[in-house]
Structure formats: structure tokens, C-alpha cells
Design a protein around this ligand. Structure first.
Ligand SMILES: Cc1ncc(COP(=O)(O)O)c(C=O)c1O
Length: 393
């Protein structure tokens, strides 16, 4: 007959309480948890009163998630932030929480292409009409804004790959005058280099996958708010969709935050240095807002504290075979999508099919460059080799 092991069984499930007092660790603990328990029945019954910030169930956050949310919120001078599973999820959650059937949505033509796909396909099927506009032409936005119908204007500055800079305060003024909310993808700058809420934006999305994570090993995003109503609506949208994040990923993002300012300063200085050097020897445009001749350079200087490490080279009319040969010769840069990690990357982009209103040619390739932390001379030697092959075609 089995001996009675009842006491041990219970001990296996309920360990003795361990005091936390005195454990003043610098690292933020990883709190994993789905179920949250309550001290008594009355607290459980009234748990809804804990919303939106209190803990009721792991899906809406643990202390690890909340620490990251509060840190990003503070960096952005924001009211609240919500961590989501990716940058794309941040964009779609922000849009989905704001627009409804019958609304009109205006989006800059140069946003991250999957964001465009989301507006066309998913929001389109839900009865939201999306129109794209030229990010550098305020008159284009003004002409397309429909008072009472345009619920949201969405921008990304600098724009994906082609790097156009928006005049965010001017766009915000236009939106306010016509009763539209303004949302912004701020992934390139992070809250260290640009604080869109301070420039008049209502809702910010960022991919933490890039500079916050910083090591190419997590996928995470954040939606940031200056208004409690939008925050509450987005929390409701996400909990209704069943979207939550892993505290382990948040822990890696919290670690990335510790070194982000140093990493950004370094890659920003290098990207500016390389952009200036490249303009000396490259006959096509170098697309980096730090360059004095880059369109809206003065607006960038006014609104941004500096550069991050991503910029592009425009390569007109060079055959795809030559572009591939040039990329295959790279020794230090890796070829790959995403960016913001320690490893420098180059990604060839042909964006003609992603543009709706801005002119673009199918024979133009853009090389999107993300500067990492390798030796500057090795990186420059690679870029020189790349240019030599492209120019020798
Ligand atoms: C500007 C921008 N926003 C958002 C995203 C999406 O981020 P994630 O890969 O975390 O979904 C990306 C990804 O490349 C991006 O470049």
C-alpha cells in the first residue's frame, strides 16, 4: 500500500513563503505567470476595479512587462505604454483601436510595407477606407483630409528605406484642425532621439525588435499614448484579441535598454560619418537625413536629437546580378532584413510595388544599411568594396 504523502504533495505545489526583503537586485526579475490570486473572495469579485493598470491575469501583464512599459513611457513623456509581440503588432493594434467601419484613414506612402498591407487588406475588409499621401507634401495631406471622416493619420519619419522626413508639428496642427488623430512609427529614432508625443502625435508605435532589443534575438513592440482613453481602448482591443507578451522577451528588452543610449550614439556617429564619406564617391543619392542637402534636413535637425544607424543608398539602373555580386563580396556586413542589432546589415530593396502616390522606378534598388558595432575600418572597407563592384558593372 502507498504511504500517505499528502503533506509532501501539497508542499510540492505550495512552497514556503520566501521573504524578498533585502534582495535589492539591480536586475528586474522575470515574473512569469498566467494566474493571479487574490487575498479574499471580495477582492476577487471586485477584480475589474483593478483595470487597466492592476494585475488580474497574466495576459495583460506582469511586473516585468509593466516595468518595461513604465520605462518606455517615461522616456517618451507619455501617459502609458503597452508592450505587444512585435513592431508590426504595435502598428496594427494602434490602428485597430482607433478606426472603425466607415472611417477614413490616411497613411504616408513610405511606411513599413506590412503596415500598408494591414490597412488595405485587414482594415479594408472591416470597412475602413485607406488613402496614401506624400509624406513631404503638406498640401497633399490637406487635400485628402476629410473633416468628420478621417479618423486617423499615420506617419513614419524617417520613412522606411527612402528616409523622407515629415514635418510632424505641422501635420499635427492640420490633423487637430480637421478632427483627426495622429499616429507615428518612431522605430528609427526611438524615444532617445525623437519624442513624437512632444511634437503633437497622439499615439506612437515602435518595434523594440530593433534598437531596444539591440541583439537580433527578440521580437517585441510598444504602443505609447498621451491619452488615457486611447490607452484603455487599446488594452481592451488587445485583451479581446488575446494578445500578450512573454516576460522573458521583456526581460531581454529591459537588458537592451541599459545599453541603448551608448549603442545608439555609436551607430549614429558612424552612420553619419559613412553617409558623408559615401556622398564623395557615390554618384546616386545617399539617403540620410543628417546630410545638409537631404530634403527636410532642417526639420530633422529641429525635431531629432541625432541619428540612429540606418540609412540607404539609391542604386539606379544597376542590374540585379551586379547588385547581388556586390552584396556577395561583403565580408563584415551580413545580408539580412531587420536592423538595430550589433551586427551590421545590408538589405537590397526594390520598392516600386510598395508605392501608391510617390514616383518610383522598378529599375531602382535601394540598399538599406544598418550599422552595428564592428570595427569602423572593416565596415568602411566593405562599403568601398561594395561601391567598386556596383560602379564597375
Ligand atoms: C520602421 C519599422 N516599423 C516596424 C517594423 C516591424 O517590426 P517587427 O519586425 O518587430 O514586427 C519594422 C521592421 O522592419 C520597421 O522597419
Amino acid at each position: 500500500m502507498r504511504k500517505n504523502t499528502h503533506l509532501d504533495e501539497t508542499l510540492c505545489v505550495i512552497p514556503p513563503e520566501t521573504p524578498l526583503e533585502g534582495f535589492a537586485s539591480l536586475a528586474v526579475p522575470v515574473y512569469r505567470g498566467s494566474t493571479v490570486v487574490f487575498p479574499d473572495a471580495a477582492s476577487y469579485r471586485s477584480r475589474a476595479a483593478r483595470a487597466p493598470d492592476g494585475y488580474t491575469y497574466g495576459l495583460s501583464g506582469t511586473p516585468t512587462t509593466r516595468t518595461l512599459e513604465r520605462q518606455l513611457s517615461a522616456v517618451h513623456n507619455a501617459e502609458r505604454a503597452i508592450i505587444v509581440p512585435s513592431g508590426q503588432a504595435a502598428i496594427s493594434a494602434a490602428m485597430l483601436s482607433v478606426v472603425k467601419n466607415g472611417d477614413h484613414l490616411l497613411v504616408t506612402d513610405n511606411v513599413y510595407p506590412p503596415a500598408k498591407h494591414f490597412t488595405r487588406k485587414i482594415l479594408g475588409d472591416l470597412g475602413v477606407e485607406t488613402e496614401f499621401f506624400d509624406p513631404t507634401q503638406l498640401t497633399d495631406l490637406e487635400a485628402r483630409l476629410r473633416p468628420g471622416r478621417t479618423r486617423l493619420v499615420w506617419i513614419e519619419s524617417p520613412g522606411s528605406t527612402t528616409m523622407e522626413i515629415c514635418d510632424i508639428p505641422a501635420i499635427s496642427r492640420l490633423c487637430k484642425a480637421k478632427g483627426a488623430l495622429l499616429g507615428c512609427d518612431n522605430t528609427w529614432a526611438t524615444g532617445l532621439l525623437c519624442k513624437p508625443l512632444d511634437l503633437g502625435v497622439d499615439i506612437v508605435a515602435e518595434a523594440l525588435t530593433k534598437y531596444v532589443g539591440g541583439h537580433s534575438d527578440i521580437l517585441l513592440g510598444v504602443v505609447i499614448f498621451r491619452n488615457m482613453d486611447l490607452y484603455q481602448r487599446t488594452r481592451l482591443t488587445l485583451s479581446s484579441l488575446g494578445v500578450g507578451v512573454s516576460p522573458d522577451e521583456c526581460s531581454l528588452a529591459l537588458r537592451g535598454m541599459q545599453t541603448m543610449s551608448l549603442r545608439l550614439r555609436h551607430v549614429g556617429e558612424l552612420s553619419e560619418e559613412f553617409a558623408h564619406r559615401l556622398t564623395q564617391s557615390w554618384s546616386y543619392p545617399v539617403l540620410h537625413p543628417c546630410l545638409p542637402r537631404f530634403p527636410n534636413h532642417s526639420i530633422w535637425q529641429r525635431d531629432f536629437k541625432g541619428s540612429s544607424g540606418v540609412f540607404s543608398l539609391q542604386v539606379d539602373g544597376v542590374s540585379s546580378e551586379t547588385v547581388d555580386r556586390a552584396l556577395d563580396g561583403l565580408k563584415t556586413f551580413a545580408i539580412g532584413a531587420s536592423w538595430g542589432g550589433t551586427r551590421s546589415l545590408v538589405a537590397p530593396m526594390v520598392i516600386a510595388n510598395d508605392r501608391d502616390v510617390m514616383p518610383s522606378s522598378a529599375s531602382t534598388t535601394y540598399l538599406r544599411i544598418s550599422i552595428g558595432l564592428e570595427n569602423i575600418d572593416h565596415l568602411w572597407a566593405d562599403l568601398e568594396g561594395l561601391l567598386n563592384t556596383l560602379q564597375r558593372q
